[in-house]
Ligand binder design. Structure first.
Ligand code: SF4
Ligand code: SF4
Length: 162
């Protein structure tokens, strides 16, 4: 599987082809597309260790909800307000995100120090197992430049569906 370091260069070469593929995927039967993508998600994550990557935690700022703030503050034994002040800012869309990236809870070994209390967006990333994948094809195209598994899913779909 491609490494995070190789990913950006590969995406530059593949992006036009993946965009054409995305147009094609949007015309698929929704259920058929979900079945294909979920199968690839399971197959690739079964053999890919996120601890060897950590790219999402280094480069994407997850949206952090009020429920996430309460859970993380409890985990860190802080008041929600103190947690917010210490770790969060509001982005251009009006959402809470971490003040700094890489994520302040990412260790040098790629372990998440708040794993059991991590934000919902972190739990669900890269979303390739969600129902109605057709709704996030464009988002997933962007994620293919960040997440090796999403890149491999697009790569496999390109081989099998063109
Ligand atoms: S909270 Fe944990 S899973 Fe989420 S970005 Fe930070 S290190 Fe990654
Ligand atoms: S979800 Fe994707 S980008 Fe994040 S650590 Fe796992 S393989 Fe890497």
């Amino acid at each position: 599987m491609i490494s995070p370091a190789e990913l950006r260069g590969m995406m530059v070469k593949r992006e036009a082809g993946y965009r054409r593929l995305a147009v094609k995927l949007k015309k698929f039967n929704k259920r058929t597309l979900d079945d294909k993508v979920h199968g690839l998600h399971d197959a690739f994550f079964a053999k890919y260790d996120c601890l060897s990557c950590g790219n999402c935690c280094r480069s994407l700022g997850p949206r952090i909800t009020t429920t996430d703030i309460e859970r993380l503050a409890r985990r860190l034994k802080l008041k929600a307000g103190s947690f917010t002040e210490q770790y969060l800012r509001i982005d251009e869309d009006g959402d809470f995100v971490f003040k700094t990236m890489p994520c302040p809870f990412l260790g040098s070994d790629n372990y998440c120090s708040v794993y059991d209390a991590r934000p919902r967006a972190c739990r669900e990333y890269p979303h390739t197992d969600r129902v109605n994948f057709y709704q996030i094809i464009d988002l997933s195209l962007k994620n293919a430049g960040v997440c090796p598994v999403v890149y491999e899913i697009f790569s496999t779909l390109q081989q099998t569906e063109s």
